[in-house]
Design a protein around this ligand. Sequence first.
Ligand code: CO
Length: 502
Amino acid sequence: MTSTQRSLYDQYLQQTRQAADLNGAAALLQWDQEVYMPAKGARFRARQLATLAEAAHELLTADTYGHLLQELAAAALPEEEAANIRLSLEDFEKNKKLPAALVVALSMATSQAFEAWIAARRQNDFSLFLPLLQQIIDLKKEQAARYGYQGHPYDALLDDYEKDASVARLDPLFATVREKLPPLLAAIAAGPQVSDALLRQHFPAGQQFAVSKQILAAMGFDFEAGRQDYSEHPFTTSFSPEDVRVTTRADENDLANLLWSSIHEGGHALYEQGLPVAQYGLPLGQPASLSIHESQSRFWENNVGRSLEFMHYLLPLLAQSFPKQMQGGSPEALFRAANQVKPSLIRTEADELTYHFHVLIRYELEKELISGALQVADLPHAWDEGYQKYLGIRPGNIKEGVLQDVHWSHGSFGYFPTYSLGSFYAAQFSQKLEHEIPGLKENIRTGAFAGINAWLHAHVFQYGRRYRSEELCRKATGSGLSLEPFLAAAQQKYGAVYNLKP
Ligand code: CO
């Protein structure tokens, strides 16, 4: 770079990282809101978050910043610098479409909606959440209109989480889910069922939490650069690769709940901790996309964490903390218990197969809410109908129904489909890892996860946002997303768990 380019790029670093600092501070306030903040803190916390969001938005939409990016985009920069500028310019042009007033209104509405969602859950009363959800949907519709779209207005919102996702691409994907999964589910339902009694005993929360920290450490989670806490809804957040927080929740009568949600968030956290720290605050220091993020969590949760090999590692660990509960248990019994397939009401506790119907239901409802085909007041009923249609069960209350997920209170419309995309990417990565890492299964049996992390580092973490999901997947696996690896792995795993004839 010439010295002029260097000085312009330094200005770019300065301003982009200032916005990242503000966003990091906001993320910490959000983390605190979900982990520690007392109920009365909500009102002014909403203001504080909105002020930070507005300040970051101002920095990233300033005309001077735009000119700087355009000037740098026209210069011949080295590859990494050029990639940062290209992606920041893309963000700038998108951010520019949103007036500051809309950004502030969304931030205020979502902070308040989160508190209303908590209260509505506690009191099992949707009407406490309804007006704020209505407000958020109105704001999201305005956001979609400001962004602009070619097909469905929902496409504009999908783009916030997953570039290149659209109704036109997702509809056929979910059609495949609707076509291919029911025969496997029917075969499973037709035979003898497996028991999850081994996991459904009394397990004190504190001990569950301690075991999950041991697993996180074995996975490679750096506790010097992160921590785990409790929250209403498990999540991962990052303020930099050197401070990544995961949360979990315990059910003392169901070990699976905390254990696999902790492994799941651990997968997200390894990705955040593995992003290049030299690129802090810049696109190349950010994750590729939400679906790739979710591929990391689902990979650890399901492809590693629910494999038979993993149970050989897990059982002795559990037996140390819960000798009585694990008495007479075997890796095979643990494997069956952890892979029981049963239509259920709660997405985060669903098995790997029915999970995608939970996502499908939310995807269909979101499209209709954003297009205006469905009114918020009719949402609880539409939700229950969706569960009846796809899973054959109905929620007994609103907390197990429409109020179970935090996402809508956050204004995250267009987010859910990335969960299914992530699971499918995970299966494809997992298939590739099996080919490329000799002794992978033996490593998992002994809890030696370094080889897996090295592979993920080389093929995913180090690139940050340089490639979009499909390009990253092609580079890592040789082809774009296919449902085949997921379906093949499902046939194999559930064939073993349920003794199905091939
Ligand atoms: Co996740």
